[in-house]
Design a protein around this ligand. Structure first.
Ligand SMILES: [Fe+2]
Length: 380
């Protein structure tokens, strides 16, 4: 049997867990916190509430909000400057994938030096990072759990995948109450991102029994609870979504991802598209492409999606993929590439860049640039 590692943070989960954020930071030696968030969280009132929690624990802080979606390399450099000038000791982030990825990038460069580009790829971080405590405000990216950080290189117009066990935060505080202020569109795009994490990690060539359980459970729960969460916004349904996202993150953090994410990073970097809106377009065709290399596992996914098996593994897998497409269309989101981008002339360049993405290494079927162009053209 192969030997596998499974790395996750300490996790506080449940409604109201946000109030323990300052205590967690204090426990990790904080005197002066470096807090990363963004305008959206400020407008929803979460940043002020968070600062109150820091005040009650008598913690000092430096607040950094110069982060946009698809965080940029120059924002990391600015964050590092603020972190160092502020004499901070613990990095905290409250927000979606963008503030959390930015916080990881800042912690990484502040402690290891150089530029964020120096760490692109897998296992290139040598020195330990400052302690990190993250509070996710969406059920999607899993950046509060994963060993991934995705940062855009502005000059090359590409989203860099940075993967290292040192990027796993020390503590993740998952309070589903934060989901109550999210728009329907954000809840959908985040959940579909988590669904792609679960699917891609389940068929990854380094998946193991430790990750398989998490990924299958995540697929099951997202299919069951996303629609309910959108309809009633109940804490029960939001908690289920938050759990599902965490399971998907535990899986992909340890089994990595695949072709859908390699293309999504390249496409998102080139065109600055919302990450979660790319998967409904690319995940089904990528699953069909991968099918010959992992038919039995695709059938497992099909069985969960359909609630039963068909006459053969291949039939179950194909019908499951078709059902996923119906599920996406039923959520009112675009499922054709032509709906989310204008110029098909950039597809070869996007696929060339995707060929260098670290997520491609664990895809179950080898994909050439020509294969990727075919997949994208077919989904136009
Ligand atoms: Fe993702």
């Amino acid at each position: 049997m192969d030997v596998r590692k499974f790395s996750i943070p300490e996790i506080l989960f449940g409604q109201g867990s946000l109030k323990y954020a300052a205590l967690c930071a204090r426990r990790l030696g904080a005197d002066r916190v470096f807090l990363v968030s963004d305008k959206g969280l400020e407008e929803a009132g979460w940043v002020e509430r968070f600062l109150d929690i820091l005040r009650e624990e008598r913690l000092d802080w430096v607040y950094f909000n110069q982060v946009c979606s698809n965080p940029r390399d120059y924002q990391i450099s600015e964050g590092v400057r603020c972190y160092r000038e502020g004499g901070c000791d613990v990095v905290m982030a409250i927000g979606g994938g963008s503030p959390m990825d930015a916080a990881k990038g800042i912690a990484m460069v502040a402690s290891n030096g150089g530029d964020v580009q120096d760490y692109e790829g897998a296992n290139r971080i040598q020195r330990p990072l400052p302690p990190m405590v993250f509070i996710p405000s969406t059920a999607g990216s899993g950046a509060d759990i994963s060993q991934f950080a995705i940062i855009t290189d502005v000059r090359r117009q590409v989203k860099m995948s940075i993967i290292s066990r040192t990027l796993v935060p020390n503590i993740s505080i998952i309070d589903p109450e934060l989901l109550t202020t999210k728009s329907e569109e954000l809840i959908i795009s985040s959940a579909i991102d988590a669904l792609s994490h679960a699917v891609e990690s389940y068929v990854s060539i380094i998946a193991s029994s430790l990750t398989d359980t998490q990924s299958l459970k995540a697929i099951d729960m997202i299919m069951k609870y996303l629609t309910i969460a959108l309809q009633d916004r109940s804490m029960t349904a939001l908690e289920k979504l938050a759990s599902a996202c965490s399971f998907a993150a535990m899986s992909f953090s340890n089994a990595s991802l695949g072709l859908d994410h390699a293309l999504a990073h390249s496409l998102g970097g080139k065109l600055d598209l919302a990450h979660g809106l790319i998967h409904p377009v690319l995940l089904p065709p990528v699953m069909r492409f991968n099918l010959p290399a992992c038919t039995a596992k695709m059938a497992d996914i099909g069985e969960i999606v359909l609630g039963r098996r068909r006459r053969s593994a291949k039939a179950t897998a194909l019908e499951g993929i078709a059902r996923l497409e119906e599920f996406f269309a039923g959520l009112g989101i675009s499922t054709r590439l032509g709906d989310i981008m204008d110029d098909p002339g950039v597809l070869p360049q996007i696929c060339e860049m995707a060929a260098g993405d670290a997520c491609l290494v664990t895809n179950p079927r080898e994909a050439t640039v020509e294969d990727m162009i075919d997949i994208m053209k077919a989904s136009w």
